[in-house]
Write a protein that binds this ligand. Structure first.
Ligand code: SF4
Ligand code: SF4
Length: 99
């Protein structure tokens, strides 16, 4: 059986994204100073990645709302300036099609 990529598996869900008020916000400039960048390794949906310049990029669309990044990132957990983690507003976010 063919092994699906993360993006292919995410495409089986539906996402109601709110680009005006994303449920997770990070400060990419401040993230440059983060030594562990644990968000990258903890996100099952691979929403946190490093670009070619080794800068963190994040896309809230596709987030599975598992909360792992909030657990491993002290700035998200403590709502430091420039950082926010909330569940999407009612009716938004991920809609699981297969339970
Ligand atoms: S763990 Fe938090 S502070 Fe560190 S790179 Fe990720 S989002 Fe930024
Ligand atoms: S809540 Fe989970 S799926 Fe969403 S960005 Fe954080 S680790 Fe990734």
């Amino acid at each position: 059986m063919k092994r699906l990529s993360v993006d292919e598996r995410l495409a089986r869900n539906k996402f109601e994204s709110n680009d005006e008020t994303p449920h997770i916000i990070i400060d990419r400039q401040e993230c440059r100073n983060c030594v562990h960048k644990a968000c990258i390794y903890s996100c099952p949906a691979e929403r946190y990645q490093l670009n070619a310049d080794e800068e963190l990029i994040f896309d809230h669309v596709g987030c599975l709302e598992c909360g792992n990044c909030r657990l491993v990132c002290e700035k998200l957990r403590e709502s430091k300036p420039g950082y926010k983690w909330n569940y999407p507003v009612k009716g938004g976010g991920v809609i699981f099609r297969q339970g």
